[in-house]
Write a protein that binds this ligand. Structure first.
Ligand code: ADP
Ligand code: ADP
Length: 227
C-alpha cells in the first residue's frame, strides 16, 4: 500500500465573508510503517489534518487517502485506531471493556479475552482490568485510550496530543513507552503535537507546519546517527 496521503488539501471554515483558510494546498505523505509527526504552533491546522485522516472532516479541495481508500472506508472496516487528548473513555465501563470496544463488532470472539490481556500488559495496566476510568490517573487513562486504539491491529494509528494534558515526567515516560510499542509493530502512525521533544523522540519523519496557518514549513527525515 501507499500509506496516508494528503494531496493538495485545502480547508476553509465558515461562510460568506467570515471564512478562514485553515489549510492551503497542503501535500503530505505518511509512508507505510513510518512514525510521522505533525509539529507546529497552536492554530496552524494540525488537528484539522488529523480529523480528515480519521474521516471526520472533508477537505474543501484536494484528496485524502489511505492505501488508496478513503479514510471513512478505513474507519468503517475497523482498521483505524484513534486516540485524542481527552482519553474519551466510557466512564461506566471497566478498563478492559473500554479496550474491548473496537473488538465487539467482530464475529469471531474466541481470541478477544487473550487480546485484551495482551494489550493491558503492553501498556502496563494488567492490574487495572476491572477498574473504572475515574479510578485511574490521567496518564493511566491515556494508556487505556492507546490500548483501545491498538486493539483492532489498525493499519493506521492517529494520535492527537495524546499526552497533552500530562505533566512533563509522565509525558516523557509515556513517550518512551509508546516508542517501545511502536518499534515492536511499526504500524503507520500520525501524531499531532506542539512538543519538539516528543517529535524528536518518536518520529521517523517530522512535518513542520508554518505559524502562518495551513502551510508546510519543512519535512524532515529523522535519521539520527545513534549506535
Ligand atoms: P491546530 O491543531 O494546529 O491547533 P486546528 O486544525 O485546530 O489547528 O485549527 C486550524 C485553524 O482552523 C484555527 O485557526 C482554528 O481556529 C480553525 N478551526 C479549526 N476547527 C474549526 C471549526 N470547526 N470551525 C471553525 N474554525 C475552525
Ligand atoms: P453494553 O454495550 O454492554 O450495553 P454500554 O457501555 O453501551 O454497554 O452501556 C452500559 C450501561 O451504561 C447501559 O446500562 C447503558 O444504558 C448505560 N449508558 C449508556 N450511555 C451512557 C452514558 N452516556 N452515561 C452513563 N451511562 C450510560
Amino acid at each position: 500500500t501507499e500509506g496516508l496521503r494528503f494531496d493538495s488539501v485545502s480547508k476553509e471554515y465558515g461562510h460568506g465573508k467570515r471564512t478562514m483558510q485553515a489549510l492551503d494546498d497542503v501535500t503530505i505523505t505518511v509512508p507505510d510503517g513510518s512514525f510521522t509527526t505533525l509539529l507546529g504552533p497552536s492554530g496552524c491546522g494540525k488537528s484539522t489534518l488529523l480529523r480528515m485522516a480519521a474521516g471526520l472532516e472533508q477537505p474543501t479541495a484536494g484528496t485524502v487517502s489511505v492505501g488508496g481508500e478513503s479514510p471513512a472506508a478505513l474507519a468503517r472496516s475497523g482498521r483505524l485506531g484513534v486516540s485524542f487528548q481527552d482519553a474519551s473513555l466510557l466512564p461506566w465501563r471497566s478498563v478492559e471493556r473500554n479496550v474491548a470496544l473496537p473488538l465487539e463488532r467482530r464475529r469471531d470472539k474466541s481470541h478477544t479475552a487473550k487480546r485484551i490481556a495482551e494489550l493491558l500488559d503492553l501498556v502496563g495496566l494488567e492490574q487495572f482490568a476491572g477498574a473504572r476510568p475515574y479510578e485511574l490517573s490521567g496518564g493511566m487513562q491515556q494508556r487505556v485510550s492507546i490500548a483501545r486504539a491498538l486493539a483492532a491491529d489498525p493499519d493506521l494509528l492517529l494520535l492527537d496530543e495524546p499526552f497533552g494534558a500530562l505533566d512533563e515526567f509522565t509525558r516523557l515516560r509515556l513517550n518512551l513507552e509508546l516508542q517501545r510499542i511502536w518499534e515492536g509493530k511499526r504500524f503507520t502512525t500520525l501524531l499531532v503535537t506542539h512538543s519538539i521533544t516528543e517529535a524528536v523522540i518518536l518520529s521517523t519523519q517530522i512535518v513542520v507546519l508554518s505559524p502562518r496557518p495551513g502551510r508546510i514549513a519543512e519535512t524532515i527525515d529523522v535519521d539520527l546517527p545513534w549506535p
